[in-house]
Design a protein around this ligand. Sequence first.
Ligand code: HEC
Ligand code: HEC
Length: 342
Amino acid sequence: MKKALILSLSFYTCIYPQFAHALTALPKSPEIPKDNPQSVEKINLGKTLYFDPRLSKNGMLSCNSCHNLALGGDDNRAVSLSFKGEKGGRSSPTVWNSAFHTTQFWDGREKSLEAQAVGPIVNPVEMGMPDFPTVVERLKKIPGYVTMFDKVFGKNSITKENIGKALASFERTLVTPNSPFDQYMHGNKKALSPEAQRGMKLVQEVGCTVCHSGANFSGENKMGEGNFQKFPVYPDNDYVKKYNLMVDTGRFTVTNVEDDKHIWRVPTWRNIALTAPYFHNGSVKTLDEAVRVMAKAQLNVDLKENQVKDIVAFLTSTTGTFPKIEIPRLPPTLGETVVDED
Ligand code: HEC
Ligand code: HEC
């Protein structure tokens, strides 16, 4: 077993030397794309759209329904429910710090937050709008939006592209700095408990940080490229069967390329204690069990219970400071409704 571990480690570090082990504090701000600069008005428009259930067909769901900013930025469900209450296929990931991800979605199928943000609005198992012309038509009936879009993007600017840009601008403000881990990295050695410090050493020694490195613990690389890894690396164990981890084929569902079967983008560890249940199918309810599963499925290691505890203490130390977000008043349609009955 030791041998397999060492082999797999040297395999990854030699192919992907840039991913090897480095852990860093969260930067103050994520990268801002040149074609979508931040402005107070744009962020505010994005926030308003984010909280507006009228982006869903029957007014049931806003982005915040599945990515609740009063919680860990997810819905704490195994899989999300659509505007009709039907179960979707995957678990809702957190939107906190998603701006630091170099690709979006469990399978990394979108390269930017702009491209990602417009997907859920017309996804039949999410917000269920039939198409973008209908979304644009609906927003044009809300006078407050016409004014807001005019101010940010110019006249006649309610478009799919600009909706994506505004939402992405707001999402780039959803960062949670100053966790005990970050304080420790900035030199305050007392910020981490002895347990968490042992856990921090362990994740590096055992090999977790071969994949979970960098400021977001999702592997350092360039925007748009993504850190894609196999999961499970070791499929032949009880955890993989018990939690149905081989059913969804990950990136294969996007590319149809055989080698992409069970390849996933490495997710963040930040605020992970707040975002149970775990994995793409939300099948694991507790963080300690997720750690056992990962050690076995990715590294073929059976952790001792005190090691699991230490790693959980470390993972919990990535819980950051959440910015204050005032829930916006949404622009009204006086005396009429724009949402569908069903
Ligand atoms: C019905 C629940 C639901 C709604 C509503 C919803 N999402 Fe999601 N969101 C999900 C699920 C589930 C995924 C993961 C899907 C996958 O990976 O295949 C996801 C993925 C994401 C991601 C990728 C995060 C990552 O780590 O890769 C972002 C960002 C995001 N959604 C933002 C939004 C925004 C913005 C809106 C509103 C326009 C929205 N979502 C509406 C359920 C929802
Ligand atoms: C070979 C790369 C690799 C290694 C090594 C690895 N992971 Fe992961 N980790 C992943 C991938 C990929 C996923 C996404 C799995 C999925 O699709 O559900 C993941 C998911 C997770 C999750 C669940 C995230 C969520 O939001 O649900 C946790 C927790 C986690 N890893 C912790 C660890 C720990 C602790 C270790 C070491 C014991 C470790 N990982 C080792 C690649 C790796």
